[in-house]
Design a protein around this ligand. Structure first.
Ligand SMILES: CC(C)(COP(=O)(O)OP(=O)(O)OC[C@H]1O[C@@H](n2cnc3c(N)ncnc32)[C@H](O)[C@@H]1OP(=O)(O)O)[C@@H](O)C(=O)NCCC(=O)NCCS
Length: 246
């Protein structure tokens, strides 16, 4: 498959709001996933999770297909032992990618050059208090001092997405405890759509704030990557497909 550049950015972050999904696109997306993927998606319990999984996998195939100049079903996706999907492309550079979903949002990160990890979480107030000790390291808890519960929840939410983005980039996911990692966290309100927030080991971290009540993070294996971040809808993804199997 011949690689084709579609953006000047090192990393493209594209997010999709499932509430504005035109129903007629679902049938077309079904033709973008393999039979095995369709069977896995159809086994999911609720209609909401089936739709989300279909858009996640179909949208991913469309995005990767448009980058490499192929049809969505020509994209060779594999999964490593830890469950991390990757692109098998024997005759060219391998674009790395990662996917995340929460609530009504789906986010894809795609890079032609660097390893990436992405996470998004809708404000998880109900469960967050019990998760604080699993997310924050002892150093972060000590840095937080006598912060009130609201600040502690914000720090934990922020730490959660940043650490999960790194662990997804590495590929271990939550097999490694987030509390083993430490960050310099700030307690300001979530800000613009995308902002660089520092580094963790060899990873540059960005915070994503695509919608109220949603916070995300991107980890990239490079010191100063150029990141493009924007909303995309499924119609645009389907239009960008160069393959003939949609
Ligand atoms: C990978 C993991 C961090 C995802 O967490 P999550 O918040 O539920 O899900 P997200 O929406 O952020 O990400 C899901 C996507 O991550 C990707 N993914 C799966 N395993 C991955 C891994 N090891 N590394 C990076 N990405 C992974 C998949 O593309 C998946 O999307 P898809 O199912 O639509 O293809 C988590 O499931 C995990 O750590 N799994 C491995 C360990 C495990 O199974 N633990 C039991 C639960 S603690």
């Amino acid at each position: 498959m011949k690689k084709r550049s579609t953006s000047e950015a090192d990393v493209r972050v594209l997010w999709c709001d499932l509430r504005v999904l035109p129903p007629e696109t679902l049938g077309r997306l079904q033709r973008c996933v393999t039979r095995t993927e369709a069977a896995r998606i159809n086994r999911l319990r609720s209609q909401q999770t089936r739709v989300r999984a279909l858009v996640s996998r179909g949208g991913l195939r469309l995005l990767l297909a448009s980058s490499i100049g192929a049809g969505p079903l020509d994209v060779r996706l594999r999964t490593d032992r830890a469950g991390r999907p990757f692109l098998e492309e024997p005759n060219g550079p391998i674009a790395d990618f990662n996917v995340t979903h929460s609530g009504d949002l789906l986010v894809w990160a795609v890079s032609d050059r660097f390893r990436v990890g992405i996470d998004i979480e809708r404000w998880p107030q109900a469960q967050l208090d019990s998760l604080v000790p699993l997310i924050l390291s002892s150093r972060e808890l000590s840095d937080a001092g006598d912060a009130n519960d609201d600040v502690l929840r914000l720090l934990a939410w922020r730490a959660w997405v940043r650490k999960e983005a790194v662990l997804k980039a590495v590929g271990t996911g939550l097999r490694q405890s987030p509390s083993e990692l430490s960050l310099a966290l700030d307690s300001g309100s979530p800000g613009p759509l995308l902002r660089r927030v520092g580094v963790l080991h060899e990873w540059t971290l960005f915070e994503l704030h695509p919608a109220a009540m949603y916070l995300g993070a991107l980890a990239v294996s490079a010191p100063n990557p150029v990141v493009e971040c924007r909303a995309i809808d499924v119609v645009e993804l389907l239009r960008g497909s160069s393959g003939n199997n949609t």
